[in-house]
Structures are given as structure tokens and as C-alpha cells.
Write a protein that binds this ligand. Structure first.
Ligand SMILES: [Zn+2]
Length: 254
């Protein structure tokens, strides 16, 4: 019985955390913005997606769970610190994704804080800068975790779909999947049509980038086609931290 109540409580917390804005911001930039983000991040994202972005004069955001370095997630080898350093040197953003790739809802506060502090220190060491933005592992958000984490970063990204515009939540930025399994050139064009029509900030996220991607990954062909579509429209592309700085969010209290 206690477990049933706990489950109901956890479900309610997730729903509230998704829907209650905690760090509301208003989108004021005239021109729309796109960000390409990679969670975990597999070596294939660094090897196959970063060059496509660089060739287009763009930079992305790579969310690193430092504890996964040297191992695999979802069957995908995670990028090593050599790749992290190279991406940072090339101007990409290295963002925070917890050290242990933990479910922030289940981790007690003390463990969560210790974990994200290690993650921040290791990223600062490898990338030369402390992470300015964060992506929730598994996209899981809870009220308590959000309260614990929301002032540690300028912005925190989830996996709830949509474009950030009007009043949006810096502690739970919306993002759209860039997966071969769930998006197509046509669905991307439709998203970009909406972005150009109504403005805002469209954040794509994916994981592995390779010819036969996992269900949560993207092929180089689909990735390149999406980059080309954004470029053709002349939409600005930049790392998440850059947009956060331009909208005045980077100065969030530590
Ligand atoms: Zn992840």
C-alpha cells in the first residue's frame, strides 16, 4: 500500500515538475534559434555529427555524463575525454548530464548534489569551463530535483517536445527528438515552418549518430539533411549556453 502511494506521489511530482514553471523566462529575441544537442554522448556523435556542424559553421551542445566515459550506454561506446577536449577546443559546448547518468528523481538530495558537483568539476577539467547548461538523464524531472538543480545552471533541458517561446521554463527547456525512428525530413520541415512563423528556440536532441542508429539515434544522412534545411532557411544555430547568455539567463545564481 505504501508503495502504491509512493508511486502515485512520484507520478504527481513528475507531472507537476513538467507543468509548473520554476524559472520562467520570456522569449524576446527577434530571430528564431536552433540548437543541436547530444545526450550521453556516444563517440559516434562526436565523430559523425560534429564535422557536419563545423562544415556548416555551426556548433552544438554535448551533454556528458562523466561516469560513462570509457563505458557504454544503450550499447553505444561513450566518447572519451580526448574527444571532449577536442570538441571544446573547436567551440562546441560541453554540458552537464550528471556523473553517474542517474535518475534525479530517485537520488536523495545529498547524493544528487555530490554527483552533479563531480560532473561539473570533471567537465571543467576536460573542457576548460564549468557546464552552463544541463540535460536531465532519461528526461526525468521531479519537483524536488528541479528545485535542487535549477540554480546550478543557466538552463536545464528536458525531453518534453515543443519550441521554447512566449513564457518558457529555464529549469525545463523543451526539446524535439532528432531520431530516424521518430522524425523525417517532412516532420523537420514542418517544425522549422512553425519556428519561422512563430519564432522561438528549437532545441533538437539525439544520441548516437551513425549509419544504422539505435532507436534514440540519428543517421549521418538525416542529421546532414536537417542541418542543411536549417541552413537553407538562414536560421541561427548556436550552443544552448550561447542562447542562454543572449537572453540573460547565464547570470543565474549558483
Ligand atoms: Zn542520457
Amino acid at each position: 500500500m505504501a508503495n502504491a502511494f509512493q508511486d502515485i506521489g512520484a507520478g504527481l511530482s513528475r507531472r507537476l515538475a513538467r507543468n509548473l514553471p520554476f524559472r520562467p523566462a520570456r522569449w524576446r529575441l527577434d530571430a528564431p534559434v536552433v540548437a543541436f544537442t547530444f545526450d550521453d554522448f556516444p563517440a559516434s556523435a562526436a565523430d559523425n555529427a560534429a564535422p557536419i556542424l563545423e562544415d556548416a559553421g555551426m556548433r552544438g551542445t554535448f551533454y556528458l555524463a562523466t561516469g560513462l566515459v570509457g563505458s557504454a550506454e544503450n550499447g553505444q561506446p561513450i566518447a572519451g575525454l580526448d574527444r571532449v577536449e577536442a570538441l571544446a577546443a573547436a567551440g562546441h559546448e560541453i554540458g552537464a548530464h550528471t556523473h553517474g547518468h542517474i535518475d534525479v528523481q530517485r537520488a536523495p538530495d545529498s547524493a544528487l548534489i555530490a554527483d552533479v558537483e563531480i560532473n561539473g568539476l570533471l567537465i571543467a577539467e576536460a573542457a576548460g569551463a564549468a557546464p552552463a547548461s544541463f540535460a536531465y538523464p532519461y528526461g526525468i524531472v521531479s519537483l524536488r530535483a528541479k528545485q535542487t538543480l535549477m540554480h546550478r545552471y543557466a538552463g536545464l533541458r528536458g525531453i518534453a517536445g515543443g519550441i521554447n517561446r512566449g513564457v518558457f521554463d529555464l529549469a525545463h527547456l523543451r526539446a524535439e527528438e532528432l531520431y530516424d525512428s521518430t522524425s523525417s525530413p517532412a516532420s523537420i520541415e514542418a517544425l522549422l515552418d512553425g519556428l519561422e512563423r512563430l519564432g522561438g528556440w528549437l532545441i533538437f536532441y539525439t544520441h548516437d549518430v551513425r549509419p544504422e542508429p539505435t532507436g534514440i539515434g540519428c543517421s549521418p544522412a538525416h542529421f546532414a539533411q536537417t542541418v542543411a534545411a536549417v541552413r537553407r532557411r538562414g536560421i541561427r544555430v548556436e550552443p544552448v549556453a550561447t542562447t542562454l547568455r543572449r537572453i540573460g539567463a547565464a547570470g543565474a545564481a549558483p
